[in-house]
Design a protein around this ligand. Structure first.
Ligand code: DQA
Length: 142
């Protein structure tokens, strides 16, 4: 059974309540239940943290223990060299995902510090961006 780690960064614990016009009204836990029903043959692990170091620790651990990582680094996407280095330090492929289309938003969201270390980037499909990230990892490993 393949294991995929989903990682959510800062402020994504508030999904469903945070800026619902941008991020929607569904909380991540209920979306995760749907994902697990859709992929009974995958072990889907999930963590969320508002702390950069915790995200790095999780990438280090999951990056050696799992078959892939789906990472929404939130605002750290645009700032964190440390996350880029963590992604580059581990063998598992990392797919960068965003709920919103960051390119339709403020200029500071147009640049990602982490994309260069990732297998690819998916953004703008709402919560479905995570499912597309999982699909990308499955196809990459096939
Ligand atoms: C986000 C986009 C980021 O710019 C923002 O800081 C987030 C969420 C997204 O999923 O659309 O926190 O990563």
């Amino acid at each position: 059974m393949k294991t995929i780690q989903i990682i959510n960064g800062p402020n994504l614990n508030l999904l469903g309540r945070r800026e619902p016009d941008i991020y929607g009204t569904q909380g991540f836990e209920s979306y995760l239940e749907q994902l697990r029903l859709r992929y009974p043959d995958l072990q889907l692990r999930f963590m969320q943290s508002n702390h950069e170091g915790d995200l790095i620790d999780c990438i280090h651990e999951a990056g050696y223990a799992c078959d892939g990582i789906v990472l929404n680094a939130g605002a750290y996407t645009h700032t964190s060299v440390a996350l880029l280095d963590a992604i580059k330090a581990v063998p598992a492929p990392v797919v960068e995902v965003h709920i919103s289309n960051v390119h339709q938003r403020e200029d500071f969201r147009h640049h990602s510090m982490i994309s260069a270390g990732c297998l690819g980037v998916i953004c703008g499909f709402g919560l479905d961006s995570y499912r597309l990230g999982i699909e990308a990892i499955i196809k990459h490993q096939a």
